[in-house]
Design a protein around this ligand. Structure first.
Ligand code: ADP
Length: 247
């Protein structure tokens, strides 16, 4: 495949903070319908990679192409509009609003939060909200205030708030942190639903979950890839055991 066939092509990417190379000459690709997981010890540069892709941090070298389009010169808003959604670790849902309202204000209509709330909901929006709510296992909780959801349900709601914007690439930072076993299983199912028509890039520390979901794993150490491929291969790599899995 040529570079443009990938959803995301990251090539020779680098960034330094006060001379310290947090990400160094990094190259990787995300395919359509793929779940790619980035693992590695604390400080390896995982979060910085997501920050670079979503435009929060600017690269000093290299390129980030999304469907062949260069992202490095774009603003965070332009990158969201291009179709890249990012979920941070802490949920940023509106606790006092219902599940329905949280999804409704996230629907991309180019209006303010208050404009969206007071605007009469049309059938197409309702249909899309119902569709997303079912996907995130919250179809029976639409009229519930978000503050009454479980920790896992709040995480799914936030994923739903991104999905309703229809991103082609969804980036998740430790999506199962703090979740129950049952919630982890459902999150794996959710990710498999999501990649039917998009791609997912995940940072994760829970190796059992990584084994369940990853199509491909990248192991970062000191800003560089030290191993990559299927989890079974990466897990047996002595370099990975030494810097990460052996601890
Ligand atoms: P990880 O997510 O793998 O734990 P990070 O990407 O958060 O690693 O951090 C990689 C390195 O870059 C760390 O040494 C961290 O202290 C440093 N770093 C990250 N962001 C910044 C920043 N904005 N300013 C200075 N140093 C940073």
């Amino acid at each position: 495949p040529t570079q443009n066939d990938f959803v995301l092509s990251v090539e020779d990417l680098a960034v330094s903070f006060d001379g310290f190379k947090a990400v160094d000459d990094l190259t990787f690709y995300v395919d359509k319908n793929e779940i790619l997981v980035i693992i590695g010890p604390n400080g390896a540069g995982k979060t910085t990679v997501l920050d670079l892709i979503c435009g929060r941090t600017k690269a000093i070298a290299g390129s980030i192409k999304f469907h062949g389009e260069e992202l490095t010169a774009k603003t965070e808003h332009e990158i969201v509009r291009a179709g890249v959604g990012r979920k941070f670790q802490n949920p940023s849902i509106y606790e006092t609003l219902t599940v329905f309202e949280n999804l409704e204000i996230s629907y991309p209509r180019g209006r303010s939060v208050f404009g969206a709330l007071f605007f009469r909901t049309d059938a197409a929006v309702r249909e899309r909200i119902a569709e997303v709510a079912e996907m995130i296992f919250l179809e029976d909780c639409l009229s519930m205030r978000a503050e009454y959801l479980s920790h896992g349900q709040k995480q799914w709601l936030e994923i739903g708030m991104l999905l309703i914007q229809d991103p082609d690439l969804l980036m998740l930072d430790e999506p199962v942190a703090g979740m129950s076993v049952g919630e982890r299983v459902k999150t794996a199912e959710l990710l498999n639903r999501i990649i039917r028509d998009r791609s997912v890039l995940v940072i994760e520390h829970d190796m059992k979950f990584v084994e369940d979901i990853a199509h491909k794993v990248i192991v970062l150490h000191q800003g560089k890839i030290i191993s990559q491929g299927a989890m079974a291969k990466v897990k047996a790599d002595p370099k990975v055991v030494e810097v990460y899995l052996g601890h």
